[in-house]
Design a protein around this ligand. Structure first.
Ligand code: LLP
Length: 417
């Protein structure tokens, strides 16, 4: 189903006019289609068919509790990277038995809370983390389930800024060092090794690195089992890409077949940690044109959404399609679409063909469901946008727009002198 399409001149999300929504709710405004999210989850689940697979949604992609509730209701678990994400996931009803705790640096409090909550596993990335988990598990009298997150030294062929699978990256345990970690785990009764994990990067649109990673990891799993560790899980992380521009990401079935063909000869259960592919294309950011400014070199369309609202273009040179909420006639002309932030890099799109938009028009920035709101900040003392969840003709506020007073509320410190 197409969740964004024009009804005459108006861009609709399901049954809701984005122009009307933007006018009523104010801008900048994040809007997500619940039907789009549900469709992605179901398509992914059905692609993996009968193979025992735990889908752990990567909470960092979009962590709104109302979205998380819908995601967990479908049987997904959670991939988390902080105690904040853990508490969010629990508040939203996640099954602790389907939570994997990823991340390159977990502090003592986070490890304690993960143990107490009874999460499925910690994905361990270093010796110091293994020692810390071991020490804390002993202290609280609990057995810690872990996977070793391996860095297989495979290039995800994605943007280097979101690639994690090479030895030049801070993530994971070098493939060649796995044996050292196994030796350490063997002696520790407070640690139970349940599997091996890897995550080679994000926005992956080429299946060959996925195949290579699955192959290397299956090989290492087999060696680990032969070495006397009865592991049951292979966690292949997230990373499946979506279409932002001209790229053609693989269909779920092709992705699943690539992985299943490597794992099917084993009795390993799968864990996957999809984020972007679940929510990315479901969301848009509606923004208003504040005005047009021309210099001898450029046409600037100044909008009310900045890099604090959507960081991806300034941080990764990421492409997001941008269209007027109501069709504009006339020929396309190149424009730089820029935000109000006092930074030269506050550019949502450069040299983008755009019709003759005017002050007050609404623009829709597409594919903002993942790493949009979740990376928003208060830079320039700007309140974060509201978030809306659409399903059919209904549009529900799932996060109110922040008020200015929210921004400095935590700066009122009582003077104890
Ligand atoms: N698992 C782990 C261990 C991860 O580090 C990540 C993403 C995921 C799963 C989910 O990956 P996904 O399926 O969403 O690709 N902010 C960047 C993306 C950073 C991804 C960080 N890790 C962006 O806006 O493109």
């Amino acid at each position: 189903m197409e969740f964004l399409k024009r009804r005459q001149s108006e861009l609709m999300m399901e049954g809701v006019s984005l122009e009307e929504l933007g006018r009523n709710m104010g801008t900048p405004l994040y809007v997500y289609s619940l039907s789009a999210i549900l469709e992605q989850m179901q398509a992914m689940q059905s692609a993996f068919g009968a193979h025992p697979t735990t889908f752990c949604y990567a909470v960092k992609a979009n962590s709104n509790i109302n979205l998380l509730k819908e995601i967990f209701k479908q049987g997904f678990g959670a991939d988390i990277v902080s105690v904040g994400e853990l508490e969010r996931a629990l508040v939203a009803g996640a099954d602790p038995g389907k939570i994997v705790f990823s991340g390159v640096g977990k502090d003592e409090g986070e490890i304690r809370r993960g143990l107490e909550a009874g999460i499925l596993c910690f994905n361990v990335e270093s010796m110091f983390e293994l020692r810390a988990i071991s020490r804390i598990a002993k202290a609280v009298g609990k057995k810690a389930r872990i996977c070793l997150r391996i860095n297989p030294n495979i290039d995800a062929k994605s943007n280097p800024k979101i690639s994690t699978g090479l030895y030049t990256s801070k993530f994971g345990i070098p493939y060649q060092s796995a044996a050292e970690y196994l030796a350490l785990v063997r002696d520790r009764s407070e640690i139970q090794l349940i599997g091996l994990a890897c995550h080679i990067g994000s926005q992956i649109v080429d299946l060959s690195p996925v195949k290579n990673a699955a192959q290397s990891m299956v090989k290492l799993c087999k060696e680990t089992i032969q070495a006397g560790f009865p592991i049951v899980y292979l966690d292949l992380g997230g990373g499946l890409g979506i279409q932002y521009d001209q790229e053609s990401p693989p269909a779920f079935q092709a992705y699943a077949d690539t992985i299943l063909s490597e794992i099917k000869e084993t009795s390993l259960k799968l864990i996957l940690e999809p984020g972007r592919v679940i929510v990315g294309n479901s969301g848009v950011l509606i923004t208003k044109v504040l005005g047009i400014k021309r210099t001898p070199a450029k046409r600037f369309v100044v909008i009310d959404a900045g890099m604090n609202d959507l960081l991806r273009p300034s941080m990764y040179d990421a492409y997001h399609a941008i269209e007027p909420a109501v069709t504009k006639s006339g020929k396309l002309e190149l424009a730089d679409i820029v935000g109000p932030i006092c930074e030269t890099t506050d550019i949502l799109a450069s040299d983008r063909p755009l019709p003759d938009v005017n002050e007050g028009d609404l623009l829709v920035v597409k594919s903002c469901g993942a790493y949009g709101f979740s990376m928003a900040s208060h830079y320039n003392t700007r309140p974060k946008p509201a978030e809306i969840l659409v399903q059919g003709a209904s549009a529900k506020v799932i996060r109110r727009r922040e008020r200015l007073a929210d921004l400095w509320a935590s700066e009122y410190i009582e003077d104890s002198q």
